[in-house]
Design a protein around this ligand. Structure first.
Ligand SMILES: Cc1cc2nc3c(=O)[nH]c(=O)nc-3n(C[C@H](O)[C@H](O)[C@H](O)COP(=O)(O)OP(=O)(O)OC[C@H]3O[C@@H](n4cnc5c(N)ncnc54)[C@H](O)[C@@H]3O)c2cc1C
Ligand code: SF4
Length: 568
């Protein structure tokens, strides 16, 4: 028998990158919020620049929950399962994965909001890839702009604007959509290597610019600026220069005295009352089951757990899982196509032994619909990203570019000579949802509590593979222009568990094809909101978090403005 607790206005499931942002507008408006977080607090002193610990042993992690419920994967419904990951990169802690993410903080481009309409208009309906379920977002970039702006200020984003109210500034991204004002901080500084790559891009006639990062380039809101020593590619920041929600929006929400953070609270179900509305959530803490009644529940536990919790929350009103009477939960899933990397070998040292992955130089000439696709066999494109971040174990695992075997004394001599002469680019590419890519509950694999884990059935399709081939060639061209003597292209891979997982609870006006409405609230049960990239229907060529956070703030503000209608 669960212990029933005192009712609250809002229960947020997961206080990570997105739930941790949404808590702030709610508490500032005076709503009582309980944040149920599976992990616990981690502080600056819990983080260490230790590659072995951070990148290979799955630390820092306060609670090993994600690692115990790693989704299974098969490329298609009839294919065998892929080997299961042994470590899940997502974090269980207050602040979630924003504690150890790279902190690239991109806005989407205007095209990403209307891929379907723009593709039909510019190239004809036949260019929407076969089997794709892509839809336009229910609104455009201009609707999200004020929320991007707000979140950039709350978490602290460093960058250079390229388009302020239509005025183009070549110091920033000339392809970005219009923004109201400059970033709150100037960009992170470049390194000799990123500056050299920027110059090579300019010689090719491409536009290079510094990317935006939720990392302080100078002191900001009582947090210090970054010291660029690196080793935080999958580690927290021990001086709090990284703007995780654990050091930005969550403490601000706690300061209102309206947010109670319940740590090590493992939510197992969202409960539904006799009236078919959400009544609260059930969670386990210290071996005891609790029921937290709430007028409104916001689900913010990352894409796989958002979908899993909905499907596990069966009731009389929702026999196939909460908010799933239209059979849309788990549909329109995709993970970002970030495989298909390109590595390059240079004839001299690059001095990349320090620095962090969000400190880099980008080229967007080949992203989205920034170039004419008339004679091409795909839609979309990729963001080319060059950064400096080199760690000993990763460096020793570098490619030998076919020059020596990957063992023995010739290999050792090669690594010794070339470890600082190589670089690998990060290429984020347009990825679309398809009819036969989806999430559901695994019929035979469970977590230690006996609940089915999430199963991914998904693979990259022809469009994604064509984008990858095109972008890899552009990247190789950029490296060659900068003086690389060898380049090597990696495989695209398949759509296994990802740090950029989209869809499953897609947002849109049509309840037949979407789980949540334009405000992020369920079409089927109005006092349930869903937060995170699981509501995004397109990925663009950029990381998702700032967009998911802007959407989270917008949902929170909508709830405040429509409190009576949603909560009663
Ligand atoms: C190494 C790495 C680098 C990345 N770099 C970038 C980047 O540069 N830029 C970018 O935009 N994105 C990046 N990402 C992705 C980014 O971390 C995610 O987009 C973002 O964290 C998602 O936010 P979220 O709130 O949905 O999930 P999370 O931040 O993971 O938060 C979810 C929270 O829910 C909690 N939770 C889960 N299940 C339950 C449950 N049942 N009960 C209670 N609580 C629960 C978790 O403990 C967690 O705190 C990176 C990710 C990784 C791993
Ligand atoms: S490089 Fe910057 S963001 Fe990374 S841990 Fe050091 S100070 Fe923090």
């Amino acid at each position: 028998m669960a212990t029933e607790l005192k009712r609250t206005d809002v229960a947020i499931v997961g206080l990570g990158a997105v739930g941790g942002v949404a808590a702030l507008p709610l508490t500032q408006a005076g709503l009582d919020v309980i944040g149920l977080e599976a992990g616990s607090w981690l502080r600056a002193e819990d983080f260490a620049p230790d590659e072995l610990r951070n990148n290979y042993r799955g630390w820092p992690q306060s609670v090993q929950k994600a690692n115990l419920e790693i989704p299974t994967h098969r490329p298609t419904a009839s294919a065998p399962y892929s080997p299961r990951l042994t470590i899940h990169p997502m974090m269980n802690a207050v602040g979630g994965t924003s504690l150890h993410y790279w902190a690239q903080s991109w806005r989407l481009s205007p095209w990403d909001f209307k891929v379907a309409t723009e593709t039909r208009r510019r190239y004809g309906a036949s260019r929407i890839p076969k089997g794709s379920t892509v839809e336009d977002w229910p609104f455009g970039l201009e609707e999200l702009e004020p929320y991007y702006d707000r979140v950039e200020r709350e978490i602290g984003v460093s960058g250079k604007a390229g388009n302020i109210n239509g005025r183009i500034d070549r110091g920033g991204n000339i392809f970005e959509g219009a923004r109201a004002r400059e970033y709150p901080m100037p960009p992170l500084r470049g390194s000799g290597f990123t500056d050299m790559m920027g110059e090579a891009a300019r010689q090719l006639g491409w536009h290079a610019f510094p990317g935006p990062a939720a990392i302080n380039s100078r002191s900001y809101q009582n947090r210090t600026g970054c010291v660029y020593h690196g080793f935080c590619a999958r580690g927290g920041c021990h001086v709090n220069a990284k703007g995780s929600t654990a050091v930005t929006t969550i403490p601000k929400a706690v300061a209102t005295k309206r947010l109670s953070v319940v740590t090590e609270a493992h939510v197992i179900r969202i409960d539904v009352g006799q009236n078919g509305r959400v009544s609260g959530v059930s969670y386990l803490k210290g071996g005891t089951e609790y029921f937290q009644p709430a007028s409104v529940v916001l689900l913010a536990s990352y894409t796989y757990e958002n979908v899993r919790l909905l499907l596990l929350s069966k009731s009389k009103a929702f026999p196939g899982g909460l908010s799933n009477n239209h059979g849309q939960v788990g549909r329109h899933y995709f993970s970002h196509n970030t495989g298909g990397v390109v590595s390059a070998l240079f004839p001299r040292s690059l001095n990349s032994w320090y620095g962090l992955p969000a400190q880099g130089v980008a080229v967007d000439n080949w992203a989205d619909d920034n170039f004419d696709h008339a004679g091409l066999n795909f839609i979309g494109g990729g963001n080319l990203w060059i950064y400096s971040d080199r760690r000993p174990i990763a460096a020793a695992s570098m490619s030998t570019f076919g020059r020596v075997p990957q063992w023995g004394s010739a290999w050792k001599a090669f690594i010794k000579e070339n470890a600082d002469r190589a670089n690998t680019a990060y290429l984020q590419k347009t990825t679309l949802p398809y009819e036969d890519n989806y999430l559901d509950l695994d019929p035979s694999v469970t977590d230690p509590l006996g609940y089915a884990v999430c199963r991914i059935t998904a693979d990259f399709k022809e469009n994604e593979r064509a984008v990858a081939a095109f972008i890899q060639e552009k990247m190789a061209e950029w490296y060659r222009a900068a003086g690389a003597t060898s380049t090597e292209k990696g495989p695209v891979g398949t759509m296994g568990p990802s740090t950029h997982a989209y869809g499953g609870t897609r947002m849109g006006d049509n309840p037949d094809t979407n789980v949540v409405n334009r405000w992020g609230f369920s079409h089927e049960v109005s006092n349930l909101g869903i937060l995170g990239a699981s509501i995004m229907g397109t990925s663009g060529a950029r990381n998702p978090t700032l967009t998911a956070q802007a959407l989270g703030w917008r949902s929170g503000e909508h709830l405040v403005k429509n409190w009576k209608a949603i909560s009663e």
